[in-house]
Design a protein around this ligand. Sequence first.
Ligand SMILES: C=CC1=C(C)c2cc3[nH]c(cc4nc(cc5[nH]c(cc1n2)c(C)c5CCC(=O)O)C(CCC(=O)O)=C4C)c(C)c3C=C
Ligand SMILES: [Fe+2]
Ligand SMILES: [Fe+2]
Length: 328
Amino acid sequence: MPEPIPIGLVLLNMGGPDSLEAVEPFLYNLFSDRQLIQLPLGSVLQRPFARILSHFRARKVRENYRAIGGKSPQLRWTTLQAEGIAAALGSPFRPYVAMRYWAPRAEETLERMRADGVSRAVVLSMYPHYTGATTGSSIDDFRRTAARVHPELQFSVIEQWFDWPGYLDALAGRIRAALEEYHELMRDEVQILFSAHALPQRFIDRGDPYLEQVLATVKGTMQRLGERPWRLGFQSRSGPVAWMEPDTLTVLDGLADEGYQAVLMVPISFVSDHIETLHEIDIEYSEHARKQGIRRFSRTPSLNDHPDFIAAMADLVKFHLEGTDAPL
Ligand SMILES: C=CC1=C(C)c2cc3[nH]c(cc4nc(cc5[nH]c(cc1n2)c(C)c5CCC(=O)O)C(CCC(=O)O)=C4C)c(C)c3C=C
Ligand SMILES: [Fe+2]
Ligand SMILES: [Fe+2]
């Protein structure tokens, strides 16, 4: 029997430094992207400015990565997700990962796909909620690079899945499991605090659907858990512009002021662990919460390679392939 023609399954994500030495060049790549951040003085000076900014920011960010083991675990998780989803889809799917700001970048992945004889692919953005800053930038980068490196490749793109039922089921499952960790008598007292990555307000004002999609994810997840109060904050602001409100830390402080002693954080814009779950939430927010008098602070484990999540994403790909008019 002839080998079936392979189909690539390409997961897109941001990428993170794979060593402490990689922190500064990773930040440089990130700050050079005008779809993510427009540094002052226009496009010509974006790169020189990015060079300076990455140099100074690297000092602090390197320490954060040092505290979580010296690198970002994002590639490991994204690779396991790609392998898991491709395995669930079965032959002829082959897993690939293309990162926006660190290896493996789209160029390396597309070269490998060409060498593997992969001429058809499904590209899956691993950001559940759409904004041009992340999803848009990653997809544009992949398209541009494919046109240059592997122009024969035919592919279709899954770019948003904030309300995909399997994703909401997987999130609700993580919350249920985390609530089980609390004593039965305390469970109803636990405050659920969803935290999404913040965006500068101007992305929302120009019409990116990020906020409404985040709200839809929260609503769909809470419908699965039954009636109970929840809050939502936006974390990881990083520059002197107006960011989406409210900041997660402000919400946390408000809960402490109201006298709540148990808070369960639910990160929803990341589908795997990285600096913003492992450092910002588990170290910075956790210490802050304790100082504010919150005695039981915890976080739902990231979806990572949880079987519910992998099965949900494989279903999403199947659904996409059934419904698409694209070559794939
Ligand atoms: C949904 C996820 C993310 C959104 C939206 C997002 C927007 C966004 N980010 C920056 C600036 C930085 N982001 C940095 C790291 C980083 N960001 C995300 C995700 C989103 N960013 C992740 C997963 C990571 C970590 C990568 C890893 O470790 O695996 C950084 C570098 C770290 C730091 O300096 O704190 C910066 C800078 C902006 C400006 C922005 C919105 C436009
Ligand atoms: Fe970011
Ligand atoms: Fe961030």
